[in-house]
Design a protein around this ligand. Structure first.
Ligand SMILES: Cc1ncc(COP(=O)(O)O)c(C=O)c1O
Length: 454
């Protein structure tokens, strides 16, 4: 692992910061937290070492606190989880009630929160969805979607129909199947198996000037030697997580029609994009399409591990009783968290807030990108999701520039997570959807200064 991906955890004093939303009054990271960071470094694999060196003590709404009284504006949502805000009182109360008065996991037996949640999710997703299978992580959801698509292909057309098509640069998780479906060859080297039935087609990027026509999809399949009757599923992130790019609407509509024509399941991976993040409850609805399978995770519960696969009984019922299960499926306590989070999102109009504040986020960041074309190659986003792609500059790689920006922001009281995407050159801004306009603007000011001062 490149050490440029590890944050410097040397405590450094900055001038004290005390604003309405930020408080940085000790060296960062606080020296008392160093033993925790050292224990993690000693006992965890280095893969876990790419996180900013701040020991979260508490998080509420859009604020993160350490034990020494420092406060950050959260631009991470805990990596796109806390859409409803951290530790919302309603969510906390639901969890406490479940802990004190109910079962605290599923025991693989029916429980009421699980029943309420699957019904709610099917209602919310609408369209072709009439079944919901609850799991724990996003990668489990995408794995399960792959399994369902391959099983359905096999059941309807025989073993030849097994190809999963996904997009170059895609990310669907880090387990075997989800990583095979991913679009980064380097991440799949460890698997070491050929002819897996997973192929990647180019991401149809309007912004980069590439031809975004759907004919690109068809010619890519042709080039790869894949006939439509070999394809069981097309899997797409609703926007590309590593770069924040969206698909051209027409392309997605053509893709939908092509999938229908060839009896291919269209799997929309909403693990990152779901539950209001981009100004719609489900991001793929921006394209005016219905999915066959929707994979959810992260923001579904706003907190505890909970994921879901939504689909139609036509293929969701391919497996008999006891054949498609998971020990923690529908954990009562996680289901309560998800139900509370969905309620908060609805009651507090957070999808609308994401759309409204997304305009502020978009215009501030696009103005910054226009001021600093020497540093920023693109700014892609919608709603409260913005991805800023950094260039090589001042003798640093784009990845190093991005790390520097994140490090400066974190030391100045704005919480971000490690850069992502190709070369680690993308910084993502994704605050909880309940952030206020003035807190968003304050945080964006810190971000802009961190970029301008490079
Ligand atoms: C689009 C997408 N799919 C799947 C996953 C995997 O989710 P998890 O990390 O919960 O396994 C992620 C995680 O970042 C993601 O962004």
């Amino acid at each position: 692992m490149s050490h440029s991906k590890v944050f410097d955890s040397t405590p450094r004093q900055t001038s004290p910061i005390e604003t309405r939303y930020r408080r940085i009054v000790t060296p960062i990271p606080h020296p008392d937290t160093l033993p925790t960071l050292e224990t993690l470094r000693e006992f965890e694999p280095i893969s876990m070492g790419g996180q900013p060196p701040i020991r979260w003590e508490k998080a509420e709404g859009f604020s993160v606190f350490d034990a020494a009284g420092n406060t950050w504006i959260d631009f991470s949502s805990g990596v796109l989880v806390a859409n409803c805000g951290h530790s919302h009182p309603k969510l906390r109360a639901a969890l406490i009630d479940q802990i004190e008065n109910g079962v605290i996991f599923s025991y693989c037996f029916p429980n009421k929160p699980r029943a309420e949640l699957v019904r709610r999710l099917v209602q919310l997703a609408g369209g072709r969805m009439d079944r919901c299978f609850l799991l724990t992580t996003g990668a489990e959801a995408t794995e399960n979607a792959i399994k369902l698509a391959r099983t359905h292909g096999r059941n309807t057309s025989g073993p030849r129909r097994r190809v999963i098509v996904s997009f170059e640069g895609a990310f669907h998780g880090r387990t075997l199947g989800s990583q095979l479906a991913g679009g980064s060859p380097a991440l799949k080297e460890w698997i070491g198996i050929e002819n897996t039935g997973f192929v990647n087609v180019p991401f149809p990027d309007e912004a980069s000037g590439k031809d975004a026509a759907f004919s690109d999809f068809l010619s890519a399949l042709d080039r790869l030697g894949v006939a439509p009757d070999e394809v069981c599923g097309v899997m797409a992130e609703s926007y590309q997580g590593g770069t924040g790019r969206f698909y051209p609407t027409q392309y997605m509509q053509h893709l939908r029609a092509w999938c229908d024509e060839h009896d291919v399941l269209l799997i929309m991976d909403e693990v990152q994009a779901g539950f209001g993040r981009t100004g719609k409850l489900f991001t793929h609805h921006h394209y005016g399409i219905e999915a066959d399978i929707i994979c959810c995770g992260k923001g579904l519960s706003g907190s505890l591990p909970m994921s879901a696969v939504l689909g139609n009984s036509r293929f969701m019922s391919s497996y008999g009783p006891g054949e498609m299960t998971s020990t923690h499926s529908g954990s009562a306590i996680c289901a309560r968290a998800a139900l509370a989070s969905l309620e908060i999102i609805e009651e507090e109009g957070l999808v609308e807030n994401s759309r409204r504040l997304g305009d502020v986020l978009g215009s501030e960041i696009r103005a910054l990108a226009a001021r600093r074309p020497d540093l920023i190659s693109a700014a892609n986003g919608r709603g409260l999701m913005m991805a800023i792609l950094f260039k090589d500059a001042a003798g640093l790689s784009g990845g190093e520039v991005a790390m520097k920006v994140v490090d400066t922001c974190v030391r100045q009281g704005v919480m971000l997570y490690a850069p992502v995407g190709p070369g680690g050159a993308t910084v993502k801004i994704n605050p909880p959807l309940m952030i206020t306009e003035d807190a968003l603007i304050e945080g964006l000011g810190v971000f802009a200064e961190a970029v301008e001062c490079l």
